[in-house]
Write a protein that binds this ligand. Sequence first.
Ligand code: PMV
Length: 336
Amino acid sequence: MNAHFEAKAASNIAFLKYWGKRDGPQQWPANDSFSMTLNALCSTTRAQRNQVGDHRFIFEGQLLTRSDKRFAKTFRQLDHLAEALEVQGALDIESENNFPTGAGIASSASGLAALTLAAVAAWYDTDCWDTLRERGLSRERLAHLARMGSGSAGRSVFGGYVLWKAGDSPEQQSIEPFYPAEHWSLCDSVVLFSTSEKGLGSTEAHAHAWTSPLFRPRLAGLPERLNSMKDAVRERQWDRLGPLLETEALEMHAVIMTATPSHQYLNTAALDFLGELRAARLRGEHSAYFTIDAGPNIHVIYPNEDRERVRNWLNSKYPGSVLHDGVGAGPSLRRL
Ligand code: PMV
């Protein structure tokens, strides 16, 4: 009987977004990105070597095949891992998310990170990070393997605050922890405005980024924004970080809306919410700022000290449609 392994990886929320690639097949991003790994919103994936010819993938109770377009990334990633690691043998995989899939809560980040870790554990027959490192699979190597499945997944292989640097060539990219979760206890409450699958997947949307007249000017300004964000996190300066989060998210959405073809992820309810959040902050009712991924749901970010005020404000306005989370320590791996 082959051993069974379970990986749990949380989603991450980008403070500085990975948007656009310099090279598609090598997953070389157009710019550096910077994120906070979450704690509770996660994917749990179990893997076991099987005796059958091909991988079997069960997602939330449903057996999926290679022809299911929604999960093409999963099978592609398993093929990529087998080739990169020169391992053979099919896997039985079961996975689930504890939050809506494909709705801009970076389910591909947690999903592809958990898949990569569970598959590697099953192929290498170990749940020990040190053993993996001794066998050439350092945490950074695992992050690069995960990013081949979905760019943002690489950052979910680390906990806390994480930097993915583009470097001067695809080979020079790096994914590294910037500060651990204990450095600064920031919270993220995700306000859900739609839980259906988003219309345009990020793979396609990344490719359109270059057609926006705003994209090149954005790239030119990002190094300065990243430095300011890093300083703000280093010094735990919330009044400095908050406004940077909002500018960054709105800029990414402006690029998306001005690309060809143009796309809009935000719906009217989400846009109204941005105004209400800001107005309440200006009235001194809370200190939260927002950021947004490629979807209609809004991530409300705030320091733990203001947790009660922000959550009371959100719960009074949006009861039942908020997922509360915060910075997390990173993925776990265990033999079942
Ligand atoms: O990892 P992908 O290909 O799903 O792209 C992620 C894009 C954003 O979530 C919008 C930004 C980011 O850096 O996570």
